[in-house]
Design a protein around this ligand. Sequence first.
Ligand SMILES: C[S@@+](CC[C@H](N)C(=O)[O-])C[C@H]1O[C@@H](n2cnc3c(N)ncnc32)[C@H](O)[C@@H]1O
Length: 500
Amino acid sequence: MSSFPLEFDLTAVPSAADERSDVRSEARTTGPRTGAPLPATDGQLALQLPSELPHLSIAPEWKDQQRLWGHSFHPMCSYLASFPAGLVHAFIARYTRPGDVVLDPFSGRGTTPLQACAEGRIGAGNDLNPFAHILTAAKVDPPTKAAVKTRIAALRLAWAATAGEWNEIADRIAADPGSPEILAPGPGSRPIGGTMPARPDAAVPAEVALAFHPRTLAQLLFLRAGLDPDDRTDRFILATLTGILHGKSASYLSAVMPNTFSMAPRYVRDFVARTSFHSPERDTFGLLDDKIRRLYRQPIPAARGIALLGDARDSGIRFREALRARGLPERARLVVTSPPYLRVVKYGYYNWLRLWLLGYDASAIDDLLDDAHHRDAYLVFMREVLRGLRTALADDAVVALVIGDVEMDRGRPANGGVGLAEAVWEMAAAPEGYRLAGIALDDVAAGRKMTKLWGDEAGQATKLDRILVLSTTEAGRRRALNSASLPIDWTWPPRSPRAL
Ligand SMILES: C[S@@+](CC[C@H](N)C(=O)[O-])C[C@H]1O[C@@H](n2cnc3c(N)ncnc32)[C@H](O)[C@@H]1O
């Protein structure tokens, strides 16, 4: 087996030119559902903005906490541009009480709703990316540890009974990677102890076949065909599998790429051809057991949350419907969210291997998401999001928007990335009637992982995150100001349960 070249992280990333050519960049000028026309913005925007907005002194104490501060479900799977659980805690502790609703319309891997549930609040997350939705749902609506163990035991038995067939398929695929003639059962097509709508059998792409040892691939094909993402326990297992799918240590199933993001498919093919790389054999069930043990180190969250799949622009109405359906308060007292960065992350492309496991097409996801906007279209988008959210906010709700200022756009100085938080206030929040409590600064790159995407630009990608703290009423603004510097308890897990 060949070992990783040291430059592995930095070389396989598509070039700026590759990236630029296939990034969707058209602007939307009206919301698909809200529909109302929005004022045009133009390239002169930066000149019109106030240079100084009120500062809000929320000390970024989350930076002083241990790397894995927060509930043990958080590190289930790596996710680009996620924020730390401690940041969410800083707002939950100051602005909510147990039983309050906390929302995140861009929930990503579910950091806000999970931490809210773990602190006895009702955490509700929404994301348009089905991968994010699976991660969020797995965390806020988890099975008991006993249910997971029972299910894995049943899966092992079913595997033992059928391993021969799966190994044979995997061996044929490994002998001729990428052959369109060799079909493997599709995701969910061979339910283990349940029923699911079957998806057709399909060829396994060469870059998937090359990423795994044939024995490991056989187990993955078996689990992929047998697990049901609509079942709480199966979804938790699938989400956990995405987290151990690839990485550089022996706790991952493929050693061909780092854990943080998928290397380009072409890179995987070229790398394997150039180095005769063979992924080491890894036992999927054993590594799954280990990861499940780590995830369940702490008791499951005190409250059960909500995970929605959809566009942030109409998430307000959907949050309310979902909360009402569960007999919960319909309006939130807190929103903690980080909207997509400006033209930085392609969640489909950088997660293609995980998406293969889940049965999704990576480029279709990139076409769907709002991560590719230029500044003006982004501001229109943010205005629509803030408009749609209002319906789900309590009168004194506090809204914290974590906005990354992007100084470099794929290796080049960003056009319009600087001062983005101020622009969001001026062009998106103020016109929708929000009040500004202030802007807090978070001076460490939120995306240390993301700087890896640019290699040489490491450290220059995101200089500063700004946290725009908003409300919809004067009462909310005063609440945001008055509690901003309240001392909070950073003991985790909490000594006394922060339960409902
Ligand atoms: C910066 S990430 C959020 C990360 C999150 N705070 C976490 O800790 O994991 C932005 C998210 O916005 C999602 N997104 C992009 N366009 C969207 C849209 N129109 N509606 C809802 N979510 C969207 C992306 O899928 C991504 O998960």
